[in-house]
Design a protein around this ligand. Sequence first.
Ligand code: NAD
Ligand code: UDP
Ligand code: UDP
Length: 344
Amino acid sequence: FSVDPAAHNPGRQFVAGKVPLGLKRKGLRVLVTGGAGFVGSHLVDRLVARGDSVIVVDNLFTGRKENVMHHFGNPNFEMIRHDVVEPILLEVDQIYHLACPASPVHYKYNPENKWHKTNVVGTLNMLGLAKRIGARFLLTSTSEVYGDPLQHPQVETYWGNVNPIGVRSCYDEGKRTAETLTMDYHRGANLEVRIARIFNTYGPRMCIDDGRVVSNFVAQALRKEPLTVYGDGKQTRSFQYVSDLVEGLMRLMEGDHIGPFNLGNPGEFTMLELAKVVQDTIDPNARIEFRENTQDDPHKRKPDITKAKEQLGWEPKIALRDGLPLMVTDFRKRIFGDQDNAAT
Ligand code: NAD
Ligand code: UDP
Ligand code: UDP
């Protein structure tokens, strides 16, 4: 006589992604914290499309109801306006934990409270929830954990170069703590966890005025304002289109490996090169204006994605010059409204 534990917890049997190919699986119950945000809402679209029951928990601090409104009325979709800093009781099979104020203009906004509470207390609560219900937990960490890296490109084994007392430490150190908590729950409570280190990502539904470089340049070029290049513009970043990231997150959740995994596009650009791509895409006459750079700005960043390629079978497919126009179409609509849609 043997008891199949899955029979007592329907849905769990599919969590490990071990459903034989060709067998139709029942949809999972998936929680996406921060699901009304930029990345989260694209992830929700994919999960709903594959037949999962999706619950979004979001306090709408930087997210927007409009990002997920198209799912309202779908019985497989639910949105709860809730701050993850407060405990919550739910029953799900998987938790994608994205909730976090993620943009630089918010660094200075109440860092001692919002940032730390969300990254530390919020992550702790979601780990406690995952532990109670036996759900698999995925943390969206960031390339910022590498700080101003002394190793290039960055490999997951690199421990980083982070200033613990600088203005952006609330983000870097907050995510580093979140990673630590995640691994402690894995080791201590035997929780199934996954960690993604996300590199700069862009695409439709990005917050328009959140101060990130791609959203700034695109909005500025569309509004006929100068593109604001900080510092000498020679610092580099690697820009990933959002659908590539979502594919990577889902493969990570469904796969057998904990990570951390770098999820990013290795195509590396200086900010001046990015400005040129934006000029070519939107307005060749867009002017460039130099501004003082922010404190502790990483000089370069580029993911080594060998591990994700080998263990997740994942690599990004969309180059910056192909992805940017898709974001521009969305920004044009949001900035100029329907009137302008006819022109796009
Ligand atoms: P976003 O700001 O669009 O989304 C974050 C969402 O979390 C928002 O909807 C916000 O309202 C919600 N949120 C914030 N604090 C919350 C709280 N206390 N309780 C409940 N909800 C809360 O940002 P994004 O770009 O979609 O980022 C998603 C995740 O990916 C974040 O964890 C971020 O750190 C990570 N990440 C993103 C990038 C990127 O380039 N976009 C890079 C690295 C890491
Ligand atoms: N928690 C939650 N939902 C749950 C279970 C736990 O929000 O379903 C929160 C709980 O409030 C606690 C945190 O998760 O603050 C950590 O829970 P855990 O059980 O790991 O630790 P403990 O409660 O023993 O400190
Ligand atoms: N940056 C810029 N102009 C802007 C906004 C940002 O030149 O209008 C620069 C910023 O100094 C940094 C890079 O672009 O070197 C990426 O900044 P972002 O805030 O988008 O991402 P992160 O620094 O978190 O990688």
